[in-house]
Design a protein around this ligand. Sequence first.
Ligand code: HEM
Length: 162
Amino acid sequence: METYVIIAVLSILVLVTLKNLLFSTVTQIELEKEIDPNAEPEETTVIREFTPRELSNFNGFDLEKIYIAVKGNVYDVSKGRQFYGPSGPYSNFAGHDASRGLALNSFEMENIRRWDEPIDDLQGLNESELKSLDNWEGMFRGKYPCVGTLVPDPQFENKKDV
Ligand code: HEM
């Protein structure tokens, strides 16, 4: 009988110690997270230049990250993978300049330049299409980090516009 009492008391002690240990660890981690003044920002934005050819690698398939250019700026849209990822409805935009497609409300490849074509100068778009593109740009600015700018690749800029 005495042995049972000792085992019971010991078990309770062990359980209480375990609970305290787990609880205090969680609290400490939460506290550290809240007050650490040197914490890195969650997203580190690296501004760099991308030629259309470099941009094309960021299609969520060749490289995991997904980048899209809109009016000369490149956005990291990786968190919108359900939209732009390989099986998403707007996957054609991934790794490309989406400006003309956004302006025309179209994700067809005919409105998206290939990487070996000159950068789209948006010629031929009318006022309301350009306005629509500006609205889309506002959405990208608000939702996704800008990671760089789209720059011409000298090797392909001299090709005749198609
Ligand atoms: C059948 C027609 C379409 C339907 C039903 C549709 C539906 C949707 C829905 C439900 C969303 C999510 C909205 C939200 O998160 O609040 C969305 C977002 C979007 N749609 Fe469409 N869409 C259509 C056509 C198009 C077309 C033709 C384009 C081409 C420009 C397009 C481009 C986009 C873009 C860029 C987003 C934003 C995704 C993001 O948040 O990053 N959609 N669409």
